[in-house]
Design a protein around this ligand. Structure first.
Ligand code: GUN
Ligand code: ZN
Length: 439
């Protein structure tokens, strides 16, 4: 059974940092997205596509709103949903004081299931349809998230956090358990429906050499899985990581020497990386997740996204909320902060580049660019519907927006969850603002 969405359409077919924007950004005023069996069948103007449809084909009419590929959050911690906005600390103290306390509650599968539901609801309220998610050390916390996502056929990436030192005993596994538990979860979930497994060593300071070795072995045995971790977020963390692995040339080398840099590997932050480390990321086609709200909230610093994208050896970058150090589920608000990070870096972040980063850019960083991140025939039918005029101030400001670039920039500066009218996952509506159901 076909279902069509009508509205303005924005999507990308390539990277605006490496191709002229006009060639890779596609905007259709009064467009139509035709979906069937969870996939996109056609995208075009309503005028050209409507006459060819069977008369009974339902059309959800979002005329005057914007249809976007569902946003892709490339790095987020679902167990930290309950402690967003935890006061006063920088990274290491923040982990010990808040994050590691919250994560211990996920030994309880009922608690995990409840938080997973709240987390997915918030993703969808914000138009996010795919996320790469850190769970906790407890396998049941991974089962809870995959189970909740599978109920709605959502494309989700998730993994059990591996830690065998420098964390509370209740949150520590061992090198061997990291391998066997991750492997069991991977075999249960990876490729089941739209689930994908991520091998997830938390970060170098909380893993022994033996555990990173075990994660690297698993990564070699299952080369189509994601690897996710953190790198170079905070200056004290960088010094600590280097002191724990004195034989490594630098932070990046810690992961690289265990085989944890490869395509489909993605590391949060990367703020303080040296040129040589960026070269390692480039050569191994490893990606970074840009986490601006988190970087500002914890006082970690900021990433110069243009420098990394435009250097001779560019680095793949996705956009990420990094909740609960990040402060908003909204990818629009995350772009707002990404813009400020670029200003502090002496550059800018054009809206056309920003919306790429939040959709196809993140999908590419995760190796999902053939499946999600764009509205095009054959892609999975994940769509966010954005109200161009979601608040009185935005309505007023939009009267003075002269072109698409300015209209999009207004959205990423002023808009938030209130702008998301509806969200579709695999062609099914999973969120409708105000409970509204369109005809
Ligand atoms: N580094 C290691 N663990 C974490 C985490 O949970 N959040 C952030 N922001 N950084 C980390
Ligand atoms: Zn993180």
């Amino acid at each position: 059974m076909k279902l069509c969405l009508r509205g303005d359409v924005l999507t990308y077919s390539g990277d605006p940092w490496t191709h002229p924007v006009e060639e890779v950004r596609h905007y259709i005023e009064d467009g139509l997205v035709v979906m069937e069996a969870g996939r996109i069948m056609a995208v075009g103007t309503a005028a050209e596509l409507l006459p060819g449809l069977e008369s009974k084909t339902p059309v959800h009419d979002y005329s005057g709103h914007l249809l976007l590929p569902g946003f892709v959050d490339s790095h987020v911690h679902y167990p930290q949903t309950e402690m967003i906005g935890a006061y006063g600390r920088q990274l290491i103290d923040w982990l010990n004081t808040y994050a590691f306390v919250a994560e211990q509650r996920f030994a309880d599968p009922d608690h995990a299931a409840e938080v997973a539901r709240v987390f997915l609801r918030e993703l969808w309220r914000n138009g996010v349809t795919t996320a790469s998610v850190f769970c906790t050390v407890f396998p049941q916390s991974v089962d809870a998230l995959f189970t909740a996502a599978a109920e709605h056929n959502m494309r989700i990436i998730a993994g059990k956090v591996c830690m065998d030192r420098h964390a509370p005993a209740a949150l520590c596994d061992t090198a061997e358990r990291a391998y066997t538990e991750s492997r069991a979860l991977l075999e249960r979930w990876h490729g089941r429906g739209r689930a994908e497994y991520a091998i997830t060593p938390r970060f170098a300071p909380t893993s022994t050499e033996a555990q990173l070795e075990a994660c690297g072995t698993l990564a070699r045995e299952f080369p189509d899985t994601v690897i996710q971790s953190h790198i170079s977020e905070n200056v004290d963390e960088v010094a600590w990581a280097q002191s724990l692995f004195p034989e490594a040339r630098h932070y990046a080398d810690i992961y690289a020497r265990f085989g944890l840099f490869r395509p489909r590997a993605i590391y949060g932050h990367g703020i303080h990386l040296a040129e040589e480390e960026l070269d390692c990321l480039h050569q191994s086609r490893t990606a970074l997740a840009h986490c601006p709200t988190s970087n500002f909230f914890l006082g970690s610093g900021y990433l110069d996204v243009n420098r990394l994208k435009l250097r001779d050896k560019p680095v793949r970058i996705g956009l990420a909320t990094d909740l609960g150090a990040g402060t908003s589920f909204s990818m629009l608000q995350t772009l707002n902060e990404a813009y400020k990070a670029s200003k502090l870096s002496g550059s800018s972040l054009p809206a056309s580049h920003a919306f790429y980063l939040a959709t196809l850019g993140s999908a590419t960083a995760l190796g999902l660019e053939d499946r999600v991140g764009a509205l095009a025939p054959g892609r999975e039918a994940d769509v966010a519907v954005l109200d161009w005029r979601s608040t009185p101030l935005i309505e007023y400001r939009m009267r003075y927006a002269d072109d698409l670039e300015e209209a999009l920039f207004v959205q990423m500066t002023l808009a938030d969850d209130r702008a998301i009218v509806a969200t579709y996952v695999a062609g099914q509506r999973v969120h409708a603002r105000d409970g509204a159901v369109s005809p």
